[in-house]
Design a protein around this ligand. Structure first.
Ligand code: ADP
Length: 556
């Protein structure tokens, strides 16, 4: 129940609204109870035959009035309740998003995007159920039960005592069931996360699935995941739905006991008047549905709590991609970048770099070459701290990069990789990614320098064309030119090009490369390259092999 308490803690910001909803719920319960208590004068009228008409009219008027007030208050309680629950979900989503953003790049490589997406969107949605049921069931029904109990005691303390003694027995009887419900809820939520992960694979891997003729295989995998989700949902709901009928049968036991006592106590000469007994019975019956709902509460909320647990697991991850306490602003490179005995070992044991020493002077263009898997990407990823070295240091003018605030460090470094991500937005917004206050003229200038202007103007709406998700409408080369325009616009003093022109044909590459050399004249550039022509733009070539530098030669 710790998760539940924590979830309730998230209501803190909305305590006033929550309280208002509680007050409205109390008013609703009191008037609901009142309308039933008005049975008492009516029954008296009926039994004692004092049907003057005015008495009846008064009673009817009071009943109607009580019902109207009850329903207005009920509506107010519910509508304030939904506002609170939706805000709580929104807060939870935003907090979870921030927690995700604070994770390192490695975290995103280790976790399936689909599973994270399910947590961020679907699981938080599920949490809403917990919040709404926490509001509706516990509070509203709890208040209702309390008010009814008070009325029952006023009507007849004897009968009320009997009811009160029998009711907890009912709750204890249902306990093992609740435990089972909780376990199955967890399985169900995990299965749903797995389904999300499989679905995400299918959606992002459409190309390879088609060309590898893997459709049947993948459809099968999805069907299996969907089947597992359905299976676990059925298993969960089978136990969850047991709570209500069991509760009702046990509750009927209480009513039976009251009926037996009624014969004894409310019969002729008994201590309880028959109309009081009938009213008592009516209220006890009315008590059953809220008690039933409270009994269902663990079942309904179990699912939501299992989801909440997954969300909290993300929220509780210590932020990785954050600065050390004393970090200062990076003032800019004066002299040189230095990789000092750098080792990188990935969590799976792969030793990507094994003691790299490398100096890059300010203003130098250094090409990094080597076979695939030699560690080139790993090496350049160290500079903006997308990866941390397992041993050794990366120094800027002799100061470890860890001494600088990441934001200021990354601002000074531009990065274009071979995998260019285009967002579902206009060309303009795509180029201005990370530079939101750039003017249209700036954006166009950057696009021209990256040789993207011509093809952008050929798009249906020029710079205002909305690019399809993941840029599938653009060619690989066009996408790379958009990505290059992005860094040109941001104009950083250091630049990393990791196969950034690999998707261009040799002629365009020649042109774009020349443009980049002009745009970044005097800047420090690390360029990971295979092609001889790309290597030619560098003043120095460094060759990596199996995670070590084997050669460093000047080309000038
Ligand atoms: P290159 O850029 O030269 O092709 P990389 O730097 O990408 O080489 O990779 C170097 C080695 O590290 C390869 O063996 C690769 O499989 C491994 N590697 C890269 N990234 C990861 C990762 N996130 N987890 C585990 N191994 C990785």
């Amino acid at each position: 129940m710790d998760t539940f308490r924590r979830l309730l803690g998230r209501l803190d910001a909305y305590w006033a609204a929550f309280l208002a909803s509680l007050v409205a719920a109390t008013i609703a319960s009191v008037f609901d109870g009142l309308s039933l208590v008005l049975l008492l004068p009516f029954l008296r009228l009926l039994f004692e035959g004092d049907a003057t008409g005015t008495g009846l009219a008064t009673i009817l008027g009071l009943i109607l009035g009580a019902m109207v007030i009850k329903n207005v208050a009920h509506y107010a309680a519910v509508s304030v309740g939904v506002t609170v629950q939706e805000r709580v979900v929104r807060d939870l989503r935003v907090d979870t998003y921030h927690a995700l953003q604070a994770q390192s790049l490695g975290f995103f490589q280790r976790h399936k995007a689909g599973d994270l997406l399910t947590r961020l969107v679907a699981d938080t949605e599920q949490v809403r159920t917990a919040v709404s049921l926490a509001l509706a069931s516990t509070v509203r029904n709890g208040v209702l039960v309390l008010v009814y109990l008070v009325i029952l005691f006023v009507l007849s303390w004897r009968l009320a005592l009997v009811t009160l003694v029998l009711a907890p027995a009912l709750a204890i009887g249902l306990r093992p069931l609740f435990r089972r419900i909780r376990v199955r809820a967890q399985t169900q939520v995990a299965a749903r996360g797995e389904l999300g992960a499989v679905a995400a694979d299918a959606l992002s891997g459409a190309r390879v699935i088609k060309t590898q003729l893997a459709e049947a295989q993948e459809a099968d995998r999805f069907a299996r995941a969907a089947g597992a989700a359905a299976e676990s949902a059925v298993r969960f709901q089978r136990v969850a739905f047991l709570a209500s009928p069991l509760g009702e049968v046990l509750g009927t036991g209480v009513i039976m006991a009251l009926l037996v006592l009624g014969i004894a106590w409310a019969g002729p000469g008994g201590p309880i008047r028959p109309e009081v007994f009938l009213t008592f019975l009516a209220i006890t019956m009315r008590l059953l549905p809220p008690v039933k709902q409270i009994a269902q509460f663990p079942a309904q909320v179990g699912d939501a709590l299992a989801a909440a647990r997954r969300v909290f697991a993300l929220l509780d991850r210590p932020p990785e991609d954050v600065d050390s306490p004393g970090a200062v602003r990076f003032p800019g490179l004066r002299d040189s970048i230095r990789f000092d005995g750098v080792y990188v070992t990935f969590p799976d044991g792969t030793e990507a770099l094994r003691g790299v020493d490398l100096d890059v002077r300010r203003g130098e263009i250094v090409a990094i070459t080597g076979a695939s898997g030699a560690g080139k990407s790993t090496l350049v990823d160290l500079l903006p701290r997308l990866i941390e070295p397992s041993a050794g240091r990366v120094l800027l003018d002799g100061v470890p990069v860890t001494a600088y605030r990441r934001e200021s460090l990354r601002r000074a470094i531009g990065y274009v990789g071979q995998e260019t991500v285009i967002f579902h937005d206009t060309v303009r917004a795509n180029i201005a990614l990370g530079t939101p206050d750039a003017t249209d003229a700036d954006i166009e200038r950057a696009a021209r320098q990256a040789h993207a202007h011509e093809f952008i103007m050929a798009l249906p709406r020029g710079y205002d064309t909305v690019l399809e998700e993941r840029g599938l409408r653009l060619s690989g080369g066009e996408r790379q030119r958009i990505a290059l325009a992005r860094v040109v616009l941001r104009d950083p003093e250091m630049l990393i090009l990791d196969e950034a022109t690999s998707a261009l044909d040799p002629e365009s590459e020649q042109v774009v490369r020349q443009a980049l050399v002009e745009a970044f004249a005097g800047r420090t550039v690390l360029v990971v390259a295979h092609r001889e022509s790309t290597i030619a733009m560098a003043g120095r070539v460094v060759a990596l092999e199996a995670g070590v530098c084997i050669d460093s030669r000047s080309t000038v």
